[in-house]
Design a protein around this ligand. Structure first.
Ligand SMILES: NC(=O)c1ccc[n+]([C@@H]2O[C@H](COP(=O)([O-])OP(=O)(O)OC[C@H]3O[C@@H](n4cnc5c(N)ncnc54)[C@H](O)[C@@H]3O)[C@@H](O)[C@H]2O)c1
Length: 264
């Protein structure tokens, strides 16, 4: 096999990427790295203003980025998101299922609706997007990449109060593996990234303004061998690896990016 130069391995020019929940946090960091590598990126998010502002911030850097509103838990909105990428950028080559929620609540205080809400966003949302994007990728007849953002909670619980979240992320990891099997004949590679603690607006990690959150996080932070939480770009860089030719022989894998926390 001919050895490509590194610059070519990471070059995503001519590719179209969709990042769900891409307006902030990990999703924004991923959108940023994919756009920098040359991909045309569609940021999809719940909130129109935030989506547009995120796309504008990346466009200012000279990159080709657009935005749309999509609640991933609503299949019609997810199909419209994929249709927008096709209409605006000519196809879909990379899908990053990043949108996710992690409300904390004890099982003993929760309702069926609490459980359903998390499953609808974190698991069904990834299914809707993967199905719509893969359909498009198969019709295009060229390689595709699907990257699911799971969590270390897909492997091991990080704290009490996240049972439904853990169920959704264990589910997403199982979904990743089986979808990788199903889509391999179409040259669509499906992988996951399992972050540990990452500094994002959602977690408020590193900025413990909420004393309850700070108290909950303290034992978790003490367990991290690298003695710090991650910057969102540290997930963005791994997403670039999985979206690019650097990971050409990978499918059905989950990359843990946790500063060693699962070792502790
Ligand atoms: N931050 C962490 O420490 C951490 C650790 C492990 C895994 N993760 C996972 O990474 C992903 C991103 O986490 P984050 O910390 O950046 O979150 P965040 O809350 O900072 O940002 C999430 C983004 O997703 C959007 N979103 C939420 N529900 C949506 C929906 N139904 N449809 C479309 N967009 C929606 C939000 O509006 C927001 O822009 C999640 O799947 C989360 O489970 C995060």
């Amino acid at each position: 096999m001919e050895q490509k130069p590194i610059s070519e391995l990471m070059n995503l020019s001519g590719k179209v990427a969709i990042v769900t929940g891409g307006a902030m946090g990990i999703g924004f960091a991923i959108a940023s790295r994919l756009a920098e590598a040359g991909a045309k990126v569609l940021i999809a998010n719940l909130n129109e203003g935030k989506s547009a502002a995120a796309a504008a911030a990346l466009k200012e850097r000279g990159w080709n980025v657009s935005s749309t509103v999509a609640d991933v838990s609503v299949e019609a909105q997810v199909e419209a998101m994929v249709a927008k990428a096709v209409a605006e950028f000519g196809g879909v080559d990379i899908l990053v299922n990043n949108a996710g929620i992690y409300p904390e609540k004890l099982v003993m205080e929760s309702t069926k609706e609490d459980f359903e809400k998390i499953i609808h966003v974190n698991l069904l949302g990834a299914f809707f997007a993967a199905k719509a994007a893969a359909k498009q990728m198969i019709a295009q007849g060229r390689d595709g990449k699907i990257i699911n953002i799971t969590s270390i909670d897909a492997l091991h619980p990080s704290s009490v109060g996240l049972a439904f979240y853990d169920a959704s992320k264990h589910g997403l990891w199982g979904f990743t593996k089986n979808l990788a099997l199903e889509l391999a004949p179409h040259n669509i590679w499906v992988n996951a990234i399992a972050p540990g603690g990452v500094l994002t607006p959602g977690t408020g990690l590193g900025k413990p303004v909420d004393p309850a959150l700070a108290a909950m996080m303290e034992p978790f932070l003490k367990k991290i061998p690298m003695c710090r939480i991650a910057d969102a770009d540290e997930i963005g860089k791994v997403a670039l690896f999985l979206a690019s030719d650097l990971s050409s022989y990978m499918t059905g894998s989950q990359i843990v990016v946790d500063g060693g926390v699962l070792l502790a």
